[in-house]
Structure formats: structure tokens, C-alpha cells
Design a protein around this ligand. Structure first.
Ligand SMILES: *Cc1c(COP(=O)(O)O)cnc(C)c1O
Length: 476
């Protein structure tokens, strides 16, 4: 067998379709003696039997190791500059009480972006001082809740919000801890970044001067924050994108923000104590992705921050970062059961046709919306066994009434994959459960955490009763 004409350029024909390539899987996922996929020694068939499919399986050891790796690497790199780094795990990537506890255990803080996420943080017992709250449209109730919980930082996104928060806090005799989210004109995605002055997006305060007033929304917000008795201005924040491999975008954003801090020092005589450089570190979803180790990113960023501060004669602010995907993404795989399998002939660019195998699984866009939302690529393996059959060009699709309901667009799977086999899709820790839905009245899957050879439920799956629970009409 050879490569399919339908394969995208990045996808190579596998030497062994049963192999688990390095960066993509949690560290304790292996093939057992009988060829079955195992996590921390537990065969996936045992997990499927106990918890059903689809099932999110998260490696607790891998999560903790990745969280600690970010914290330790950035602390080490920034130690001599600003005494260390505060790492805020971006809760929006995947959050539940158990995850919040792991985050806190490993010495990280937690970044939230809604009242609901704050409720989880509270339930997990995270102290307010270790919480941040983001969002471009926080409600008064959310701002009040943040003040109730004495949040370490509220990341203010606009001038109207700054005024609103200042008034709420002052009215309660409080001062809100505030970071200002700026748009530094750097947009990064994977291997490129775009540097602009103006940004056409809903988040943040622009650093580019307004042609009519001559001053930037960012500069106006700093002046307003410093003058507001309800606001304690801690520093600046930026988040330039997601799934980024190229460090140049982070470095340029850091330089622009530090230059702005130097300007604030000059104009207001204030050296803001904190700078948050956001999240967005890329992970490997397929063989095409080449993420960099946290230590390498940390060193590169520390070098830029250190040199820029020296150049600008600025005290190095306390640095914080907000990784989400890079911590939780690789820790998790989704276990599905294969159902209907069919092969279709597809026209090739050369004018011929080639077969594509459609492998339907018992979940889909309701548990992983990223392929539909972002054209995201994933990979998959046959998990319940190995196969010596040739690999064929396959597409793993869900069971939803939607032709775009694709889980893995392009993958070589053994030609004997059949109804009843288990398939595993790695890299589903971030933005999968978090974005899950009940489309087609399909119940959201449970999440199971595995550690030291034992599995336990951390989020139970929905039942049919759950699906009907909020339908208020009396049954017939
Ligand atoms: C989404 C987001 C993050 C986390 O992004 P990842 O790509 O998951 O690292 C961090 N900060 C802010 C403000 C975000 O919106």
C-alpha cells in the first residue's frame, strides 16, 4: 500500500499505524502487551466498559507535570529578573473542581472569564488573591462577585468597563485590583504573526493613537485608572492569539508593552508593577506540529524582557502568563466506539478518483467542535487492538446531522477497523469538553482522570434525564 492522493501535504504514510507519536499523547499512554491502548496501565476496554463511550480520559500525572513544567521553567528563567513568574492556568480551556485543585496544588493560579468559572474556583477553594477575571463584557454581577471574592486581578477590557468597575468598587468603599488589557498590534497564529497598529477585534484597548484625539485608548485608560479612587492599577496585559509556535510574536508584544510602560513612567511618574503576556502556546495535534518546550519559550521571553527593560531603564515588572491549551491539551484523549463504516470514491485533483474510508464514531461535534469551528486537525489510532493490515486514507466522523461533523479530517487507519472497535483521538484536553454541546440531544460525555493505575470520574456524563430536565412542559 502507498500514500493516498487524498492525503494533505503534511500527512505521511505511517510506517506503523499502531504507533503513538511522542508529543501528541499523554506521557503514560502506551500499548499493552496485547496491543491494546493503556493509560497508566489501565486498558481502554476496561474504561469503556465502566464508563461507556465517548469518554474523555485525562492523565492527572501528565496534567500536573505540564503545569509544574510551566511554573518551574518560567520561574527559573525570570528568577534573576523579577523573582519568578505567576502562571495563571486559563480555565476556559477546561475547568472543573478537580482540575482547579490540581492547578492550585502545583503552585499555579487560575484565570477565569465568567461568573460561572468563578463559581468553580470558589468551589475548589482557590483563594481570590490567586484568581484573575477576563472578559470584554463583564456584567455588574460578575464585577461585584469579583470584588466579593477579593480577586487578585480584574483584567479590564475597555474604558466604559473601567468607569463602571471604579464606580462599583468606590461605592462599596473598595479598590479593585486592575490590569488593563491592551492590543499591542500583534496577531499570532502558529507559524506566522502579523504586526499592525490598529486591530479589528472586540478585545482590549488599542495602543495606536486615535487620529482625531492624538492619544490612544490605552493611554487614556491608564490616565483614567490612575485617577480613579475605585481602581488600583497593577499593570498591563496582552494575549496575542492561540496555538502559537513562533516566539517572535510574543517577543514583539512584550517589547511594545514594555515601551508603553516606560512611556507611562515618563508621563505619570509611575512604574506599574505587573505585566501579563497572556497564553497561546501551541501543542502537537498531529505529526505536523512542532511545539517548543516550556523551558525554551521561557528563556527566550526572559532574554527579551530583560534586555528591553535595561534599554528602557525600567524596573522589570512581575511577569505573569496564562497558558491553557499547552497544559491541558495533550493530557487527554477521547475514546470513541466505531460504528458504521463506509468507503466513498473521491475525485482527485489529477482527474482520477481515490477511496476515502468514513469511520463513524458515537460522538462528534458535540464533544469536539474544534474541527467545525477552526478547521482543526487531529489524529486517531485504533485503540482496542493493533492491526497488521495496511493503513488506508480515513476520515473519522461523528453521528450528528451535519456533514461538517468531522472529528479527524485525514488519518491513515488500518483497513480492518470495524464496527465495535475503539478509537482514541489524542490532544482533546483543551476546548473540547469546554465547548461541548447537546446538539441533536446527545448527552455530553463524562471525564475520567487516571492516576497511578486508578481511574475516577471527575465529571459525570449526562443522562437522558439531564437532557430533559430543563424542558418545563408537562410530559404527555
Ligand atoms: C484563551 C486565553 C488564554 C489561553 O489561551 P491558550 O491558547 O489556551 O493558551 C489566555 N489568556 C486569555 C486572555 C485568553 O483569552
Amino acid at each position: 500500500m502507498t500514500a493516498s492522493e487524498l492525503a494533505p501535504a503534511w500527512l505521511s504514510y505511517p510506517e506503523d499505524a499502531n504507533s503513538l507519536s511522542g508529543d501528541i499523547w499523554a506521557r503514560d499512554v502506551t500499548r499493552g502487551g496485547n496491543g491494546e491502548l493503556e493509560i497508566s496501565g489501565i486498558p481502554v476496554s476496561a474504561l469503556a466498559k465502566e464508563y461507556g463511550t465517548p469518554l474523555f480520559v485525562v492523565s492527572e500525572a501528565d496534567f500536573r507535570a505540564r503545569a509544574r513544567d510551566f511554573k518551574d521553567s518560567f520561574d527559573a528563567a525570570f528568577e534573576s529578573l523579577c523573582g519568578g513568574v505567576d502562571v495563571y492556568y486559563a480555565g476556559k480551556s477546561f475547568l472543573c473542581t478537580e482540575i482547579a485543585r490540581w492547578v492550585a496544588d502545583e503552585g499555579l493560579r487560575l484565570d477565569t472569564c465568567s461568573g460561572g468559572e468563578l463559581a468553580v474556583a470558589k468551589r475548589a477553594g482557590i483563594p481570590g488573591a490567586h484568581l484573575g477575571l477576563h472578559g470584554n463584557n463583564k456584567s455588574d454581577a460578575e464585577l461585584n462577585r469579583a470584588l466579593d471574592m477579593e480577586l487578585g486581578r480584574i483584567v479590564v477590557d475597555s474604558l466604559p468597563e473601567l468607569d463602571r468597575l471604579g464606580a462599583i468598587a468606590a461605592g462599596r468603599g473598595l479598590r479593585a485590583n486592575v490590569m488593563l488589557r491592551l492590543t499591542p498590534g500583534v496577531h499570532a497564529h502558529t507559524h506566522e504573526f502579523i504586526a499592525t497598529a490598529h486591530e479589528d477585534q472586540k478585545f482590549g484597548l488599542s495602543m495606536a493613537p486615535d487620529p482625531e484625539t492624538g492619544s490612544s485608548p490605552a493611554a487614556d485608560a491608564v490616565a483614567a485608572a490612575l485617577a480613579n479612587p475605585g481602581i488600583r492599577l497593577l499593570g498591563l496585559h496582552s494575549h496575542i492569539g492561540s496555538q502559537i509556535f513562533d516566539p517572535a510574536g510574543f517577543e514583539l508584544a512584550a517589547r511594545r508593552l514594555l515601551a508603553f510602560m516606560a512611556e507611562i513612567k515618563q508621563v505619570h511618574g509611575v512604574e506599574l508593577p505587573e505585566l501579563d503576556l497572556g497564553g497561546g502556546y501551541g501543542i502537537a495535534y498531529t505529526e505536523a506540529d512542532t511545539p517548543r518546550p516550556a523551558a525554551e519559550i521561557a528563556k527566550a521571553m526572559a532574554a527579551v524582557v530583560g534586555a528591553t527593560c535595561t534599554e528602557l531603564d525600567l524596573a522589570v515588572p512581575r511577569i505573569s502568563i496564562e497558558p491553557g491549551r499547552a497544559i491541558v491539551g495533550p493530557t487527554t484523549f477521547t475514546l470513541y466506539r466505531a460504528g458504521t463504516i463506509k468507503t466513498v470514491r473521491v475525485d482527485t485533483p489529477e482527474g482520477g478518483s481515490a477511496p476515502r474510508r468514513y469511520v463513524s464514531v458515537d460522538g462528534g461535534m458535540s464533544d469536539n467542535a474544534r474541527p467545525v469551528l477552526y478547521d482543526a486537525d487531529y489524529t486517531a489510532v485504533l485503540a482496542s487492538r493493533t492491526s497488521v493490515h495496511d493503513a488506508v486514507m480515513s476520515r473519522v466522523v461523528g453521528k450528528h446531522c451535519e456533514s461538517g461533523d468531522i472529528v479527524v479530517r485525514d488519518v491513515y487507519l488500518p483497513s480492518d477497523v470495524d464496527h465495535g472497535d475503539l478509537l482514541a483521538v489524542p490532544g482533546t484536553g483543551a476546548y473540547c469538553w469546554a465547548l461541548s454541546s447537546n446538539y441533536n440531544y446527545i448527552a455530553r460525555p463524562p471525564v475520567v482522570a487516571v492516576r497511578n493505575g486508578a481511574a475516577r470520574l471527575i465529571i459525570r456524563g449526562e443522562t437522558e434525564d439531564d437532557l430533559l430536565a430543563r424542558d418545563v412542559s408537562e410530559p404527555a
